[in-house]
Structure formats: C-alpha cells, structure tokens
Design a protein around this ligand. Sequence first.
Ligand SMILES: Nc1nc2c(ncn2[C@@H]2O[C@H](COP(=O)(O)OP(=O)(O)OP(=O)(O)O)[C@@H](O)[C@H]2O)c(=O)[nH]1
Ligand SMILES: [Mg+2]
Length: 427
Amino acid sequence: MDTIYAVASGGSVAGVCIVRVSGPRAKQVALKLMPGKKLPPRSPVVRRLFDSGGELIDIALVVFFERGRSFTGQETVELNIHGSPAIISKLLSEIGKFPGTRAAQAGEFTRLALEYGNLDLTQVEGLGQLLVAETEEQRRQAMRVFDRGIGKLVDNWRKSLIKAASTLEVAIDFSDEDIDLDWAEMFHAPLRMVLDEINAEIEGQQVRKSVSSGFEVALVGATNVGKSTLLNALAGREVAITSSIAGTTRDVIEVRMNLGGYLVSFLDTAGLRETEDDIEKIGMSAGRRRAENADLRVVLLENPGDSAPTVLDTDDIVLVGKMDRWPNMVGGVSGQTGQGVSQLVERITKILSGRVHGQGVIVSDRQAAALSDAAKVLKNVVNVPVSEPELVAMDVALVIDSLDCLIGRVDVEDYLDEVFSSFCIGK
Ligand SMILES: Nc1nc2c(ncn2[C@@H]2O[C@H](COP(=O)(O)OP(=O)(O)OP(=O)(O)O)[C@@H](O)[C@H]2O)c(=O)[nH]1
Ligand SMILES: [Mg+2]
C-alpha cells in the first residue's frame, strides 16, 4: 500500500496550509523531515522541517495519528505549514522523494476512510456536499447526511425488517400445526410502517435536492407591472432592462442569489398581454413554461382586485406591484422604492423552509434509487398474504440488500447470516 500525500486545506494563499500524509510510511516520512525528533501520537508539536540537503523548509505544527485513530484509518501525519505556494511545493516535492510515497488522487483520503469503515457511503456523499455548501440550508442539509442521518434511519428500518422476518420463523416452525397467526398484526404492520417512512423519504428528496441545486422562483404578471424592477431590487444590481414601454422583457432572465440561506434562482419573465408581435409571443410562451415548472411563482398585479393572469399553486404569492402608487397599501411590493421587498423575501424563505423542514434526510438520486428498489419489493410483501414464508423471507432479505446498497454496506453474507440466523432455509 502506498503512502499518499496532498494538500488537505483550501486552495489559495492562506496563513496556514495542511499537508496530509497517510499510509504505512507516514510517520517514517515525517520523521525524516525532522531529524532527531520524535512524534507523539495525537499531540500537536512544533517542528522544524528540513529538506534532504538539511535546509530549513518551514516551521510547522505537526500532528501524528496512529493507524486506526485517523480519518483514513491509516497511519497519518498532518503538517500545518505556512500557506505559501513556495513552501507547499517544496514540502510536497520533498515528501515525494521518499520511496513508497505518491500524490493522493482526488477523494482518495475519503475513499480510504470509506474502505476502513470510518464513513459509510452516504456520509461520503454528505461530506462531498458539505465541502461545497454555500448557503446555510445547504450546510445544514449536508451536515445531517454527514452526521450519519441516513445510516441511523437504515439501522432502524433494518431492525424492524429483521424483527418482522423473525415472525416468519415462527410460521415456518409451526407450519405443520394448525395455529392461526395474526399476520396483519405481527408481520404486515411493522413492514408497512417501514414502507411509509421510506416513501416519505423518497417524496421529500426532490425538494431537498433543490436545496443543493437551487429553487426557482418566477416573477410573472402583465406587462409593465414592475417585474424587472423588482428583480433588480432583489438582486441589488441592474440585471434586467426596465422601461415604461410595455413588453420590454422578452427572454427569461435568471439571477441566482442566496435568499435567507436558500439558493434561489429568480426568473424574470415577459409580461403577459395580447400581442401581434411574434417575438414577444415566443418570449411569453417561454416565460410561461419556465414559470409553470418553477418551484414558486410571484405574481404582480397592476391594481388591487385584479385577478392573476396565470394558473396558480396554493403556495404562490400574489401581490400588487408598484405599491407606492397606492397610499395606505399593505401587502404589496415596489421594486422602485423597496417597499415590501424584505417582507416578500421573508415570505418566500418561509415557504421554502416549510417545504424542506421535517422532510427526512435523503438527498441524491442514487439514494432515492436505492430506496425505490427497497420500496418496490416491500410493497409486494406488505400486500400479499403470507402463504410461503420462505419466499417472503427472501423478499425481506432483498429489501435489506437495497438498504445496504444505500449506505454502501455491500457484504451480502453479513445480512443473510443475520436474517437467516435462526432459519432453516428449504424446510
Ligand atoms: N411607481 C413605480 N413605478 C415602477 C415600479 N416598478 C417599476 N416601475 C416603472 O414601471 C415601468 C415598468 O417597469 P418594469 O420593471 O420594466 O416592468 P415589467 O413588469 O418588467 O414590464 P415588462 O418587461 O414589459 O413585462 C418602468 O417605467 C418602471 O420605472 C414601482 O415599484 N413603482
Ligand atoms: Mg420586464
């Protein structure tokens, strides 16, 4: 096994940079850089690091982790050096001179952590998202996954499935006797509960996925109601052309922003009106399509009492635009004066947060696919009367298999042993 090394901290020039060395020779390599010195485990020490010619490279804070006590599970040394490109490249090239060392590949430290069992597959996914999280909600969501949120769910489901499977054992054992078992109560009910929970997870996945990829909020309404002006106010810069000429906006204009912790793309669309202009018609139909597919619509009205010119979902927000033209007006918005803009932002954030919260943990398509596999088999099991317990037991094992795929625990023998520990297959 190679000893791998790489910069483990952020990219650009910084006060401190962490170079991680991990593998069987990590300590040996580090000791070579500090002749005559020792490295106590898990206690940071300040060390002068020298190159092979005896020239001082840097004065570093060095932490040594023994095998089994590190992130990767391998012997690891973390060298906290000064973050200049010259020091970094000098140190990396010195480390690279030692036999048995090589530069780590992308994600290789995490891969080692997965192989060692320090992280499960979903935690690896969570970590990936955590490292690129830009908004508060992305951080929160990724942290839940990284903190083994999915692993904990799977543990509970697994327990219920195994418990239900053990009732099958009773059935098999007593199959020759005439005992009337309450299958609904003993077997189907707990499985149905697991199925409901899995389905709820799958249902919430799309909305949670939007936390990472961004929600789309469309601004719609008749021409000239102030949509583009509102977009500019929300963005804090002039992104869209505004004018008193009706039909100014033609293309869909998209601006991404961090809205109260949520990544949101606002879509400014062409105002809706009767028109003979072919290009404007194209713009209107493109806008309508994007608005229909958006997560939320904000409809601006010209006058109080006007009706919305578009089909609405329950959450959609309808407001009078240019509210400054209506003294004593409450609940409108004005992109020009800024009135009602922060209330609108608050309202949107509240709606998004209502959709995201209390909705489980799974985020990625891979996770949803593994759960769908599990749900498909489980659905059959809960709806079919148990006439052949051995076959049903195999289905339960399949469900556990899908859950194991979800968290990357792929040792099939492992769960088969568990589920069938007291079973006599083929009885
Ligand atoms: N008084 C007042 N005027 C506004 C406000 N918002 C926009 N306007 C004016 O209304 C006109 C139309 O504004 P836009 O933002 O271009 O309207 P729009 O809805 O994007 O129009 P289209 O792109 O044609 O659909 C411009 O002359 C703006 O200066 C507002 O809040 N108050
Ligand atoms: Mg416009």
